[in-house]
Design a protein around this ligand. Structure first.
Ligand code: C5P
Ligand code: MG
Length: 174
């Protein structure tokens, strides 16, 4: 019998003019982008926390302190790849990811496929194991007023033996 574990992630970043809007590693054309120490990819951060959380490995700030100049303007897919490699090493495989981005505008659905493909490639998963959804906040609160964006994510891991696995040695999901 396999052991399954679930992790939850959440993140929020302020919107500002002149910043890029990077979601799941994809730059979406927008007047406003996300502010933060790294590239502020709110979706990648929520998924990274969900992967780490499923294996009780703490959170993104523990692994990548935002006081460390090394991570300034960093591509957040680096964090996500690190979380994947960490859980693989402990004998886990990622089964699936489901996430929601809450952003008033721009409309994101045209970018869904590109974002899913990029996240799937980063996590070494088939795209059908990665779900990304979009919501507005109906003009209510900081997200609804266009001052910030939020993301939520949930991830399931399957434990396959004791590991340590790397991509090339990991057994397939059962
Ligand atoms: O927030 P609301 O329920 O009105 O969103 C309706 C739909 O609009 C969502 O299911 C999603 O497909 C799309 N949407 C989007 N980009 C956003 C917010 C919502 O494509 N920034
Ligand atoms: Mg963040």
């Amino acid at each position: 019998m396999s052991e399954y574990r679930t992790g939850l992630g959440w993140d929020s970043h302020r919107l500002a003019a002149g910043r890029p809007l990077v979601l799941g590693g994809v730059t979406v054309p927008s007047e406003f982008g996300l502010e933060g120490h790294s590239d502020a990819d709110v979706l990648a951060h929520a998924i990274t926390d969900a992967v780490l959380g499923a294996a009780a490995l703490g959170d993104i700030g523990l692994h990548f302190p935002d006081t460390d100049p090394q991570w300034k303007d960093c591509d957040s897919l680096v964090f996500l790849r690190h979380a994947k490699e960490h859980v693989l090493a402990l004998g886990y495989r990622i089964v699936n990811v489901d996430a929601t981005v809450i952003l008033e505008r721009p409309k994101l659905s045209d970018y869904r496929q590109a974002i899913r493909d990029k996240l799937a490639e980063t996590l070494s998963l088939d795209t059908d194991r990665v779900s990304v959804k979009f919501k507005t906040a109906e003009k209510v609160g900081p997200v609804g007023e266009g001052r910030s964006a939020e993301s939520q994510a949930i991830v399931t891991l399957q434990k396959l033996g004791t590991g340590p696995w790397v991509e090339s040695t990991a057994p397939p999901l059962t």
